[in-house]
Design a protein. Structure first.
Lengths: 391, 133
């Protein structure tokens, strides 16, 4: 008879210093060598990790009120426009916003990295509509993470479950968010830590959900919601792994406590800015099914290579491949040996899984049960234009 | 000996076929790494030279007599490992696998294989790779 564990029992073991915590890579080896039954019995927690670029990143910052008060309607941080259309001193800085002076070489992601590094950030804010509440019309100053009130990273989407790989069939070089794609299937790029990636190790969201405590940017964060474009109904294989981009999670955490080792700005030439965000999710091994899926290896996880020469939201599939093939450095496309390259740092993804493992072993991090599950029935729709009268 | 050198051509046209003379008169083996020569502008030619040391030194004085500035290429592509996040995206645009991910998934750079194409400079998302001549 198969046994079951609870999150509460695992937390008790963590408290007693008896929990067996391994990284997702180590779990692959344990399942291979000892079998899934033994792995499920022995292992209590599997830690995952990923360190890749995510454009859907940004941070809310409250700067405190000026005297007389100012509504920060139009606001710039290091010449990068942020969003001030919320309460007076609250601002959202988005990762992909280019700066007014340096364009995509310095954008919102760079502001966030500099803020995390503790560097001074210039702020300029304007209000064209002064009111009795907010009579002030402009402000210019420096700020840093010590001078502001709350600052929290809020990523509407992160940790994409099985993002598709990219190539280019055309005879022109393409400059994309998947990096530079050389002509005539000149290369293939992929963006995941594969067998270390959070949503590939609990593919049916059995243990992670809204409220789950995680590693985020070097500190503790939480899953806030399903991420934007969450697409749980994508076709799945016999192991429940979706073939192509499926689930996503929205993440929240204290930006002031984060580290530039795990929050790093990126510029993709010809495309724009993005933010490398370190994410690690612990998976409590509650039964054999969870153990089996947390132990799936790169040989068992497949994805699609899409042709970015077709600028459409339904790009043609060039090939289905395993991550073992992608990570070997070469794949074959139409009889040609093609170089592959990752966008996600595998070595730093591994470091995140190791760090989270150590936090749990040192009793600094306890597991949570989701407050609510991630939905499994939502649909990711394309944009559907319609006009009045056509309803 | 084997050296990488940068030749800076003056804006006025150099009429002599330089690489021909290097091969024919000084018995040097030339590998052109990078060339940018346009009429009316300062031209740049990066070459790898193999041959005898004395012949090489004679060749350098020949080049200098033609008004060509000769610089040794001490360092070529510079990878700032403190800035680099070791994603490995550069390895996909490197035509000679001079940039590679090792068995432990750390980034590696084999300078001898580098042909200074500069693909990696624009591919690097953290701007950790630069060309230093």
């Amino acid at each position: 008879m198969s046994f079951k564990k609870t999150v509460e029992e695992i937390n008790e073991k963590i408290k007693r210093g008896q929990a067996v915590v391994v990284t997702a890579e180590e779990m692959v080896d344990i399942v291979k060598s000892e079998g899934v039954k033994e792995a499920a019995r022995k292992v209590d927690v599997v830690t995952t990790g990923t360190f890749g670029p995510m454009c859907s990143s940004g941070a809310f910052i409250n700067f405190g009120h000026t005297n007389p008060p100012l509504k920060f309607f139009e606001v710039y941080l290091n010449e990068v426009q942020a969003y001030g259309g919320i309460a007076a001193a609250d601002v959202y800085i988005g990762a992909t916003q280019p700066s007014e002076d340096r364009g995509i070489e310095y954008g919102g992601a760079h502001v966030i990295e500099d803020f995390v590094a503790g560097k001074p950030i210039s702020i300029s804010a304007y209000n064209k509509w002064p009111t009795d509440c907010y009579p002030n019309t402009e402000l210019e100053s420096l700020v840093n993470k010590e001078t502001v009130n709350e600052a929290f990273l809020f990523n509407p989407r992160n940790a994409y479950q099985n993002y598709a790989a990219a190539t280019n069939s055309s005879n022109k070089t393409l400059r994309t968010y998947m990096g530079i794609l050389l002509p005539n299937y000149g290369n293939v790029t992929y963006s995941t830590s594969s067998q270390l990636s959070p949503l590939l190790k609990d593919p049916e969201y059995r243990t992670l959900g809204i409220g789950t405590r995680i590693f985020l940017g070097g500190t503790i964060g939480y899953i806030a919601w399903q991420g934007t474009q969450h697409n749980p109904q994508r076709k799945r294989d016999e192991n429940g792994i979706p073939l192509g981009p499926a689930g996503t999670i929205a993440l929240i955490g204290n930006l002031k406590e984060m580290s530039t080792r795990y929050i790093r700005a990126a510029t993709y030439t010809g495309y724009g800015c993005s933010l490398f965000v370190g994410v690690g999710v612990p998976i409590p091994i509650l039964d054999e099914d969870i153990a089996y899926k947390a132990g799936l290896s790169d040989e068992q996880i497949k994805t699609l290579i899409l042709d970015y020469a077709v600028a459409s939201n339904s790009r043609p599939v060039v090939k289905e491949v395993t991550y073992a093939e992608l990570r070997s450095g070469w794949v074959e496309i139409k009889g040609k040996k093609v170089k592959t390259a990752p966008l996600t740092s595998y070595v730093r993804s591994r470091e995140i899984a190791e760090t989270l493992k150590n936090w749990i072993r040192e009793k600094k991090f306890f597991l949570t049960e989701p407050v609510a599950p991630l939905p499994k029935d939502t649909v990711f729709k394309p944009f559907t234009p319609y006009r009045k009268g056509a309803e | 000996m084997r050296k990488k050198i940068v030749l800076n051509f003056p804006p006025r046209t150099v009429t002599k076929p330089i690489t021909y003379h290097l091969v024919k008169d000084y018995d040097l083996i030339i590998n052109i790494i990078h060339a940018k020569i346009e009429r009316g502008e300062t031209g740049v030619l990066v070459i790898e030279v193999k041959g005898k040391k004395e012949k090489f030194l004679e060749a350098v004085s020949f080049l200098e007599k033609q008004g060509i500035k000769v610089q040794l290429l001490a360092q070529d592509i510079d990878l700032d490992i403190d800035k680099c996040v070791e994603c490995g995206l550069c390895t996909g645009v490197c035509p000679t696998q001079a940039l590679y991910l090792d068995d432990e998934w750390h980034i590696g750079f084999d300078k001898d294989k580098c042909i200074l194409c500069e693909n990696c400079v624009q591919a690097c998302p953290t701007r950790s790779i630069s060309l230093k001549i």
